[in-house]
Ligand binder design. Structure first.
Ligand code: PHE
Length: 336
């Protein structure tokens, strides 16, 4: 009987390995494990064996049945694997999906670069909140109560009287009120104004503010710092110029232009044929502002400046519409 069992096993192994579809496997299951299977026939002949032969034969029958069950499972598993390979819904041979590697937003790139330059010039980074008080954004900055920038048509107010800061200048107030001079900080951050969006205006934008307070600070120092900044940012051939201007919190106030990096001052569409790019507002900190934060204007003096990050990004990366920076189109953002 042991020999017969061996023969059945050999046949079963060859048959299951050759079976190529579900129907063939099912037929083999019936043939080798069904009620009329050769193993079943042998089992019914058990009682004809002598008592000495029976245990070995029983054991061998059982293990043969278990082995054929395994053959059945293997055959079914092979069939499933083959189907997975052939089916369109899951092709296990395809490479996995690569998670995309992000890039820094151009606004972040410009902030990082400006901060790095000012750090080398001895400035440290300060920060303030985007929701500000009227006092920090306007009053303490010496802005008259009837100044047009306070109009709710220009500034976003909350019902509790606070506002979305319209500039990074309130950080000047926060820093001066929480520390003693000398002070040398830059404060990058988001600002908000109620502008109608177009190619050069956005309701939210970024500025980087600078503030230097010490004894006997001069306008010449402001000029040298901004010249050094301009050349680090745009190259050694850049020159700068100051034009008289007005800000409530600086006196005198100036606007800073950088010579156009595109046409080197010759005149082109970027600089509207003037050869100059408006970059920063600046000036000597108004003594009123120093008094507002409790500094002695007789002892302390300083300069401040503020510039638009988006404007620098647009010049640097030749972006012709500010709205591109806020649409989050990956085809645009991937280029940086
Ligand atoms: N806060 C001014 C603006 O938003 C810029 C500025 C900053 C001017 C500091 C002078 C000094 O236009």
């Amino acid at each position: 009987m042991l020999k017969e069992i061996d023969e059945i096993l050999t046949r079963a192994t060859a048959s299951f390995q050759a079976a190529s579809d579900e129907a063939a496997i099912e037929a083999l299951r019936v043939e080798f494990l069904g009620r009329k299977s050769p193993l079943q026939t042998l089992a019914s002949q058990m009682r004809e064996l002598s008592p000495e032969e029976r245990p070995a034969a029983g054991k061998s029958l059982n293990s043969a049945k278990a082995r054929i069950n395994d053959l059945l499972k293997e055959a079914l598993a092979n069939l499933t694997n083959k189907n997975i390979g052939a089916n369109t819904f899951l092709d296990v041979t395809l490479p996995g999906r690569e998670p995309g590697v992000g890039t820094k937003h151009p606004v972040s790139l410009v902030i990082d670069e400006c901060v790095a330059i000012f750090r080398r010039l001895g400035f440290i980074v300060a920060e303030g909140p985007e929701i500000e008080t009227v006092r920090n954004n306007f009053d303490a900055l010496n802005t008259p109560v009837d100044h047009p920038s306070r109009d709710p048509l220009d500034t976003f107010y909350f019902s509790d009287g606070r506002l979305l800061r319209t500039q990074t200048s309130p950080v000047q107030i926060r820093v001066m009120e929480s520390s003693e001079p000398p002070i040398r900080i830059v404060a990058p951050g988001r600002c908000f104004r109620r502008d109608t969006p177009d190619a050069t205006h956005s309701m939210n934008f970024h500025q980087i503010e600078g503030l230097y307070i010490d004894e006997q600070v001069s306008l010449a120092e402001l000029k040298s710092v901004l010249l050094a900044f301009a050349r680090e940012l745009f190259g050694p051939e850049v020159s700068i110029r100051m034009r008289p201007h007005f800000f409530p919190f600086t006196e005198p106030s100036v606007e800073y232009d950088f010579s156009c990096i595109m046409c080197k001052g010759q005149g082109c569409p970027i600089c509207k044929n003037s050869g100059w790019l408006e970059i920063a507002g600046a000036g000597m900190v108004d003594p009123e502002v120093l008094a507002n934060v409790g500094y002695d204007p007789e002892k302390w003096s300083g300069y401040a400046f503020g510039m638009g990050i988006e404007r620098i990004a647009m010049i640097k990366y030749r972006i012709n519409d500010i709205r591109l920076l806020y649409e989050n189109d990956l085809r645009f953002l991937k280029q940086f």
